[in-house]
Design a protein around this ligand. Structure first.
Ligand code: AMP
Ligand code: MG
Length: 333
């Protein structure tokens, strides 16, 4: 049985949220909102509970989880070395959508880190996420609260669709504001390396710690263990187009065609489904996973999505879209 509770992030009912904290304390699973996407949480230090996260999501055991903390001082429970760069980034961007990878300390269950010698930690900014971690009295290990392979959830409805009956509780706290997962930066090696782009861009971090490596959309051995898995895939075939008029050549007869593009009011697409992605890439990011899920619900056969910009959050958006498209990316060259 999955219990659903509704919490207003601007005015948290602490007694009600304490029910979710009780679930965490007793080794259960709670889906909860964060500013990036919804997370599926368990007590990081309860091995059995963490194993159940993998079971509920159908997540491969070799894909490690991010631990969520409520205070920077808790970093010491996770990392055996805390480089200056970690403190600088944490001070600048926490609470916020940045996950930091450090050399792990003893005592963290192997299933949290998939047996790696490193650990991923984030301090979210979302009021409900923070309050839940504090009320639980323990860091919360949480991947995105979707079934493995489907787009990350940005609303409680998405969690209900994927996880109803598979988890103990879902906290409905409205839509996630950012809409794509956190930036992941690895500070366990010689140089800082971005393993997964997010709203906090390589440029943002360079201004705080100097050199930051980001390889861009390269193929080959995945850096982030989870990146080798097919991700963010709707059932519909997705194309990413630099020139949106290309869709007229690519759409086949009898296909239900869906367009995802910015500022659709200013254009004249002829398609079965026209989804507006907002005015800029920030709004596009906030809506992307929602719209990919909607395309499936509305029975789209093919989705033509507009190519985002090349900087800022556009880098992260391209990363998610290119994965959803599985290589069907059409540039102007
Ligand atoms: P999710 O929250 O579902 O986006 O999954 C967490 C992401 O963090 C996955 O892409 C993991 O591969 C990544 N991650 C977690 N721990 C580590 C680690 N120790 N080293 C590298 N990547 C990690
Ligand atoms: Mg995920």
């Amino acid at each position: 049985m999955t219990k659903i509770i509704k919490i207003n992030p601007a005015n948290i009912d602490t007694d009600l949220l304490a029910q979710a904290a009780d679930v965490i304390k007793h080794g259960g699973l709670v889906a909860f909102p964060t500013e990036t996407v919804y997370g599926l949480g368990a007590d990081t230090f309860n091995e059995k509970a963490v194993e159940n996260i993998f079971r509920a999501k159908g997540r491969p055991m070799d894909n490690p989880l991010i631990s969520h903390i409520a205070d920077i001082s808790e970093l010491e429970r996770f990392a055996r070395e805390i480089p200056d760069s970690a403190l600088k980034l944490a001070n600048e961007f926490w609470g916020g959508p940045l996950t930091i990878i450090l050399k792990k300390k003893e005592g963290i269950p192997d299933c949290v880190t998939a047996g790696l010698d490193t650990v991923a930690v984030r301090l979210p900014s979302h009021s409900i996420a923070n309050a839940l971690i504090k009320l639980s009295g323990t860091p919360i290990a949480a991947p995105s609260a979707n079934l493995s392979g489907s787009p990350s959830p940005t609303t409680a409805e998405h969690c209900i669709k994927d996880l109803m009956g598979r988890v103990d509780m879902i906290v409905d706290g409205g839509s996630s504001m950012i809409g794509i997962e956190s930036t992941v930066i690895d500070l366990s090696g010689e140089l800082p390396v971005v393993l997964r782009p997010g709203m906090i861009s390589p440029e943002d971090m360079r201004s705080v710690i100097g050199e930051v490596i980001y390889a861009g959309e390269v193929t080959g051995a995945p850096k982030c263990p989870g990146m080798k898995y097919k991700h963010y895939s709707p059932d519909a075939k997705v194309y990413v187009l630099e020139n949106m008029t290309e869709y007229e050549n690519l759409a086949e007869e009898n296909q239900k065609v869906c367009i995802i593009a910015k500022n659709t009011a200013e254009t004249s697409y002829k398609a079965d489904l026209i989804y507006d992605a907002g005015a800029d890439d920030r709004e596009y990011a906030a809506r992307l996973f929602y719209l990919l899920r909607k395309a499936d619900e509305d029975g789209a056969d093919v989705v033509f999505a507009e190519m985002p910009g090349e900087d800022g959050i556009g880098i992260a958006l391209r990363n998610r879209l290119f994965k959803a498209a599985g290589g069907r990316v059409i540039t102007n060259e």
